[in-house]
Ligand binder design. Structure first.
Ligand code: DC
Length: 227
């Protein structure tokens, strides 16, 4: 009897960490730090919506026309996500407005899911942060986190961030914008911001970035001990 070597193929899918949460909750900073620490690729999905918002502002598009906005969304490329203008207050507000449309969200699915499925070498997996990563984009993510903080603390953080970009804003305006943004993100019909049922919740109101990072790092190490 001759022995034949059998080739076993083990299917490996990249690990995905989904981080959702409110505006200025610290989720982006945490996501970046986790990605650097664990060797994962990182995608800030808010930048995709911001890129659509910027395109819409530049084209003086009709913000009530979801189909026209979706056409702009289909054109978004990875390259434009590095544009520093995306971080500005007006572009963030425009992003939140375009994000209410199912057509716009659908136009950005493939980019996000493609990133999670193929983070590329040398990354072990991908971390995506946004509003609907654990609920809609990557419902099978290995780890899901939901980050929040009190509105006052978030407004203060965002105010300082905008000042650092040289924007001329008041804390009152930032607070009003934040309330409006929270309402729109949480109450829209399409993929509203909410924790996935199996998400781990973290409130960063009284935590420094380092303290918050240590907590989520420990959690990820518990859930993915071999990664
Ligand atoms: O995270 P951010 O502030 O950059 O996001 C800007 C807007 O984009 C946010 O108000 C809502 C929208 N967004 C979304 O609807 N879904 C995501 N996954 C990411 C952002």
């Amino acid at each position: 009897m001759t022995k034949t070597a059998t080739k076993t193929t083990i299917k490996t899918t990249p690990t995905t960490i989904a981080i959702d949460g409110t505006f200025a909750s610290g989720k982006g900073t945490l996501a970046k730090k986790l990605a650097a620490y664990f060797g994962y690729a990182y995608l800030d999905t808010g930048k995709l919506y911001r890129a659509v918002g910027l395109r819409a502002l530049e084209a003086k598009a009709d913000f009530t026309d979801g189909l026209a906005l979706a056409k702009l969304a289909k054109k978004v490329t990875a390259k434009e996500l590095d544009n520093p203008v995306l971080k500005s207050g007006p572009v963030g507000a425009a992003a939140s407005k375009v994000a209410i449309y199912a057509e716009v969200r659908a136009a950005l699915y493939d980019f996000q899911r493609g990133f999670a499925a193929n983070p590329g070498s040398p990354y072990k997996g991908a971390i995506l942060d946004g509003r609907d990563i654990g609920t809609v984009i990557c419902p099978d993510a290995d780890v899901k986190l939901y980050i929040d903080a009190s509105p006052d603390v978030r407004a203060e953080r965002r105010y300082k961030e905008l000042l650092s970009y040289g924007e001329d804003v008041s804390l009152a305006k930032v607070t009003a914008d934040l309330t409006e943004r929270d309402n729109r993100d949480q109450n829209r019909a399409e993929a509203p911001l909410k924790p996935a049922v199996n998400a781990h919740l973290l409130d960063t109101t009284n935590l420094s970035i380092d303290a918050a990072f240590l907590r989520v790092k420990a959690l990820v190490e518990t859930i993915l001990p071999h990664k």
